[in-house]
Design a protein around this ligand. Sequence first.
Ligand code: P6P
Length: 345
Amino acid sequence: MALFDPDPPAPPVGARAVAELVTIETFLLARQPAEATGVLTSLLDDIALAGKLIANRTRRAGLTEMLGASGEINPQGEEQKQLDVYADDVMTAMLARGGRVCAIVSEERPEPTIIADGGRYVVVHDPLDGSSNIDSNVSVGTIFGVFERDGDASGDLQDRDWLRPGRDLVAAGYILYGTSTMMVYSTGDGVHAFTLDPEVGEFLLTWDDMRFPETPAYYSFNHASSPLWDLGVGSFVQWLNRPDTPRLSQRYIGSAVADFHRNLLHGGIFGYPAETGLPAGKLRLLYEAAPLAYLAEQAGGLGSDGRRRLLDIEPDDLHQRTPVFVGDRALVTRLQEMVEQSSVT
Ligand code: P6P
């Protein structure tokens, strides 16, 4: 075919013309505000690069003995998997360079990592959520949130620089290591999803401005814990299963990023309630619940702890846990109503 064939052959059915391929770098630059300095764009670019490195290692985990425990225990008292440590090290290295980030909060580290001569951004992340599933080859993910230091904040960093409510986030997202590797993020102008093409090493735009479907398809709760839930949560799940309630399928795979992503695409609600023995639930507010709630609201959904909007909760502690109900706005609102009703009766 000549270089500029006047009559090129039609592309294969379903193929996106090469000219239509949009990389995450191109998309970030195209969508950044005119007054932007490009620092946040560069930061998100490097999170994408971290995702490529983690994906590569996660995909080969079974071959390179990356499965299994590191022998360490993380601040949560959880056994650290080798991939947890690798993912945390890669995210830290990518975020610490370029003078953009002044502090990093990680699920895997007891205290924030302070970056000397860093910039104005604070990043919170769970480097590999769902890692307990790695050995069974279930999708896992990196969850991240980005804050910008308040304008009047200067000098030494302090708790108020990272103990922030999710409504202060300037960006949030996740990288899902599944049948394909996807990066999903928002900077407050909608939710955008990119799929990694491993052959060219680029995240290519798959969906932009994602919204929860009007009709939800799934609910994701660990039914085995239902005897331990608050009354209102149990009533909500029973309501979901009533014959006169629109039918939802129950899907729960024990990896919040994967459950959230499926529900974002097909509609639904994910819940990890408080339970006897876990009075604040299991998921962490700062670097799991708040970023997912931020994305949910950007896609027309809602995140709640059962009573309050998750994005309004002011953290007291880095690793504070919270009950999480996130996804379809009508379902999360209905859950809040049933929790409220049960608490007054
Ligand atoms: P359970 C993974 O360890 C995680 O933090 C979330 O990704 C997931 O939704 C939850 O825990 C699963 O917890 O108690 O149902 O195994």
